[in-house]
Design a protein around this ligand. Structure first.
Ligand code: FES
Length: 118
């Protein structure tokens, strides 16, 4: 039997480098919003240190890097509510001035998403 879930999970890295870059405030911004069918989780290192705060949306495997607390509402509105996947697969630095990184959703160099801190 195959179980298909429409639920999404947003993982926000809370490891050392991302925390220095403001990940605590990004996590708080996601948690402050009530998003039906979306689980918000603090995560260990996602393997894109230095590009943070890093956010990974599953099961889409869409990455957002350099996320600002002020851009969380935009990510939620566009990706989680509207279904527009504008994140990035490789966690690259180039992006928009609103803190939302554009790019691919193919998973790129996927990092640790198992919650294990290094
Ligand atoms: S510390 Fe956040 S991705 Fe490594």
């Amino acid at each position: 039997m195959t179980i298909i879930s429409n639920h999404k999970c947003v993982r926000i890295c809370q490891n050392r480098t991302c925390r220095k870059q403001g990940a605590v405030d990004v996590l708080a911004a996601f948690e402050a919003l009530s998003i039906p069918g979306v689980k918000i989780m603090a995560s260990g290192c996602l393997g894109h240190c230095g590009n943070g705060p890093m956010v990974l949306v599953l099961p889409d495997t869409v990455w957002y890097s350099g996320v600002l607390p002020s851009s969380v509402t935009l990510i939620v509105a566009r990706h989680l509510l509207d279904g527009r996947k504008e994140g990035r697969g490789d966690g690259g630095k180039e992006g928009r001035s609103d803190g939302v990184m554009e790019g691919r959703s193919d998973g790129g160099k996927e990092g640790r998403s198992d919650g294990v801190k290094e």
